[in-house]
Design a binder for this molecule. Structure first.
Ligand code: FNR
Length: 389
């Protein structure tokens, strides 16, 4: 590995190694990408208070998320098509996460299946479910997630319609790939990727193909998925899914205090304050901006608040924890590592984040992540987008 010191280094290498259509799929937001950009830039506006001359030995980042001790308050967010970013990418990332002592979340739209992760990694992981019109198939996914040893179900609420990403349409993004001529030429320059792709059997949506009747070729799959995301989804469905699952549920995609209360009332064990990494409602506030209002809305309840969207450093994690998040999730930060160096790259991304988190916490005068609160932040820089002047 060349000298990698931050997530941006991994991004640059991933861009060289991953075929353009799949790199673009990762590194883009919807429409004007204003929310995508805000997710990162709003973190930068929050400032930390330095403290000196305190004993900084014996530091710990260990923190519980949903009752399980994580080596740091960061988990891997569900992302689709990971096996196209790097062949067998889901297995590699799940292995890296589990060796690091954090949870991996497998997306419904993954290339490797629930059974692949169970067989190849055999450690607890979370499963992300999209609410589909075919309730029978959803129930079968829930049963398969139980059999695979998943210890929480992440229900994504913000993708019943799909935010348009211009670049994916222009690239002809599909699984398996249907590249444009320019992208075919690009694919020929990614020999390592092509070679690894030839070696694996996993080139389709592993949770779906072979499990749904009449889906045996790419065009029937495309037609099925485009009809399946259920726009009638509502809070009553969540209670129904919670009962069918019988375990912990995490509701992902909450950006509003009133919705956070609905999630709590529907029995969420945790919510993820998330705008899907700026891939859905362009023009929505960044996750970190809305976090304080949601933490306030759920104060006193047992529903844990997680945050994702825009985390590219350990400092970003520290700021989210200071603003009241119990934990965080990362999407692109780990995908850049995966695209650059496979499993080693994911481990590198996690090490970078842990190291930055540890040192920044220490600069703020604290030795235990569980001591971190708003007092480490400069008050005038704490986001408050709903404040009336
Ligand atoms: C996602 N995300 C996502 N979320 C989900 O619930 N199911 C999914 O299948 C996907 N797929 C997906 C693919 C890619 C390429 C990205 C980048 C994201 C959203 C993801 O879980 C998370 O909310 C964001 O990635 C968080 O933002 P950052 O960390 O990427 O800035």
């Amino acid at each position: 590995m060349t000298v990698i010191t931050n997530i941006e280094d991994l991004r640059v290498i991933a861009k060289r190694r991953v075929p353009k259509m799949f790199y673009d799929y990762v590194d883009s937001g919807s429409w004007t990408e204003s929310t995508y950009r805000a997710n990162e830039s709003e973190f930068q506006k929050i400032k930390l208070i330095q403290k000196v001359a305190r004993n900084m030995e014996g530091r710990t980042l260990k923190r519980e998320m949903l009752g399980d001790m994580m080596s740091m308050p960061v988990c891997i967010a569900p992302t689709g098509l990971v096996g196209m970013v790097h062949p067998d990418g889901e297995i590699l990332a799940a292995r890296a996460a589990s060796n690091f002592g954090i949870r991996y979340t497998l997306s419904t739209m993954s290339i490797a299946s629930l059974e692949d992760i169970k067989r190849e990694v055999n450690q607890p992981f979370w499963f992300q479910l999209y609410v589909m019109r075919d309730r029978e198939f959803m129930l079968s996914l829930i049963e398969r997630a139980k059999a695979a040893g998943c210890d929480a179900l992440v229900i994504t609420l913000d993708l019943q319609m799909i935010g348009q990403r211009h670049i994916d349409l222009k690239n002809g993004l599909a699984v398996p790939p249907k590249p444009t001529i320019r992208n075919w030429i690009n694919l020929l320059t990614k020999q390592r990727w092509c070679w690894n792709m030839l070696k694996t059997k996993r080139r389709q949506f592993g949770n779906i193909v072979g499990y749904v009747k009449d889906i045996d070729d790419p065009s029937s799959l495309a037609a099925w998925t485009s009809q399946q995301f259920d726009p009638t989804l509502n809070w009553a469905d969540i209670e129904w899914i919670k009962n069918a699952w019988g375990g912990k549920i995490i509701l992902k995609g909450i950006l509003d205090a009133e919705d956070a209360k609905h999630a709590r009332d529907a029995g969420a064990d945790a919510i993820v304050v998330s705008n899907h990494g700026g891939r859905q409602l362009d023009g929505a506030l960044s996750s970190i901006e809305v976090l304080p209002s949601i933490v306030e809305a759920l104060r006193g309840s047992n529903t844990e608040v997680f945050l994702d969207s825009g985390i590219r450093s350990g400092q970003d994690v520290l700021k989210a924890i200071a603003l009241g998040a119990k934990g965080t999730m990362i999407g692109r930060s780990y995908l850049y590592g995966l695209g650059a160096y496979g499993e080693k790259g994911v481990t590198k991304a996690l090490e970078i984040i842990a190291n930055e988190l540890d040192l920044s916490m220490a600069f703020c005068g604290l030795t235990d992540i569980n001591q971190v609160d708003e007092k480490i932040l400069v008050p005038s820089t704490i986001p408050n987008p709903f404040k009336m002047n």
